[in-house]
Design a protein around this ligand. Structure first.
Ligand code: AMP
Ligand code: MG
Length: 409
């Protein structure tokens, strides 16, 4: 029996085959989940102009120096600046301008007195006000460009765009972005026992579930799932499907197969897909893995047990899909947590155990197995929020041991 490949070696082999996808330009508003292939530069200064950080009054600090609650300083309100105004009213000695948060700072003012530091109402404060606290020069004034300057890189190439990144780009006036095209992925479930979801089952049949899961995982990794199929273990359907999705103009960037890769009989992927090599990887679950390239299409042969499929996708397919898009960070976020219970782990194989995080003690979260670790326990997988990753040489985890945890969102 050939020795098992390490996870690192198999992943490196996969990533070696990855070619970057072409770039395209998209509206920032539509770019969630996309990966920047060029740095994004601010189109404007942020803020674009000096403005007020508070609802209050724009003043000259010198006019109200020494103001206290016991000895307020009176000012005449000479104007009103709501957010959005373009006005820049003049300010004579003894005057204030009412101003709302985000309105442009009058050029002649040098400080903001918040409403809270004045006597009198908020709404009807257009006559006279009494200032009860002296502001320093620059008080509550937001400076043009203090956040980001026009031309500064807001985000680097390789960043994957989430809501906060999109917010930052939009604030900096960046309307269009150069991002990677999305990988076009085909998901193929194999198995003569599989029945489309929702159809009645006779003895021996199960609902096809990996396809649903893998398509969702692919979409979450930024891919566009162009096709989903379920084929039997007989081989001819698989062969013609493979030819269809790996050739021509619109060949897929990746095909993800589930099932049919291990060493039993009826292993349809193993016997049909000649472009793939099959072997064992020192991990549990997910030992049997197939990988290959057909034209420009990466072919992933994942084991069919649902937990094995999910873990294999995490460990090999997701990094490859992100790498195609030029992402800098191919790994999920990780934590180190104490185990909340002990469990066994196979010698010589790195374990990926679905876990939940016990947050009972907010100061001491714990990693607790979501299931016994059986790779068929698909229902339990639904409760998992992370995988504990236990090194190959470890054979047992005891309660309290620190374990690496890969968060799934
Ligand atoms: P295989 O890797 O084809 O030997 O399948 C291993 C186990 O996973 C078997 O119990 C299969 O019934 C199950 N399985 C394979 N593919 C799927 C699928 N698409 N959905 C649900 N279970 C599957
Ligand atoms: Mg099968």
């Amino acid at each position: 029996m050939s020795p098992l490949a390490t996870v690192e070696d198999h992943l490196a082999h996969v990533l070696d085959a990855v070619r970057p996808l072409p770039a395209e330009t998209v509206d920032t508003a539509d770019a969630r989940g996309r990966v920047l292939v060029e740095p994004a530069h601010a189109a404007i200064d942020l803020p674009p102009f000096d403005n007020s950080a508070m609802d209050g009054f724009a003043v000259r600090a010198a006019d109200v120096a020494g103001a206290t609650l016991a000895a307020p300083v009176r000012l005449t309100v000479a104007g009103d600046l709501p957010a959005g105004t373009a006005e820049d009213p003049p300010l004579s000695p003894g005057q204030a301008i009412r101003i709302m948060t985000g309105a442009p700072m009058p050029a002649m003012a040098d400080a903001i007195v918040p409403f809270e530091d004045t006597l009198g109402g908020l709404a009807d404060s257009l006559g006279e006000i009494a200032v009860t606290a002296a502001p320093v020069v620059g008080a509550h004034r937001r400076r043009r460009g203090e956040d980001t300057r026009r031309g500064d890189a807001v985000l680097a190439a390789g960043v994957r765009l989430g809501p906060l990144q999109l917010g930052a780009l939009a604030a900096a006036g960046v309307a269009r972005l150069t991002v990677s095209q999305r990988p076009r992925v085909v998901v193929v479930a194999t198995g003569s026992e599989l029945v489309p979801l929702g159809e009645p089952l006779r003895r021996g049949q199960i609902p096809e579930s990996n396809g649903t899961m893998l398509a969702a995982l692919a979409a979450e990794a930024g891919a566009f799932v162009v096709r989903r199929e379920s084929v039997d273990d007989e081989g001819s359907a698989l062969a013609s499907l493979l030819a269809e999705v790996t050739t021509g103009e619109d060949a897929a960037d990746a095909v993800v197969f589930s099932g049919g890769v291990s060493a039993g009989a009826y292993e349809v992927v193993r016997t049909t897909v000649s472009q793939m090599r099959f072997g064992g990887v020192a991990m549990q679950p997910g030992k049997p893995q197939g990988f290959g390239v057909a034209g420009r299409t990466l072919l992933f042969g994942l084991p069919g047990n649902p937990v094995s499929s999910a873990v294999s996708f995490e460990v090999f397919v997701r990094p490859a899909l992100l790498a195609m898009q030029g992402a800098t960070e191919l790994r999920r976020r990780r934590l180190r947590l104490p185990a909340g219970a002990g469990w066994r782990t196979p010698p010589g194989r790195r374990q990926y155990l679905p876990i939940v995080i016990d947050r009972t003690d907010p100061a001491a979260w714990k990693a607790v197995p979501a299931s016994s670790g059986g790779s068929h326990l698909a229902g339990r997988l639904g409760g998992a929020e992370a995988y504990a990753i236990v090194p190959a040489e470890v054979t047992a985890v005891s309660a309290g041991d620190l374990v690496d945890v890969m968060l799934l969102d």
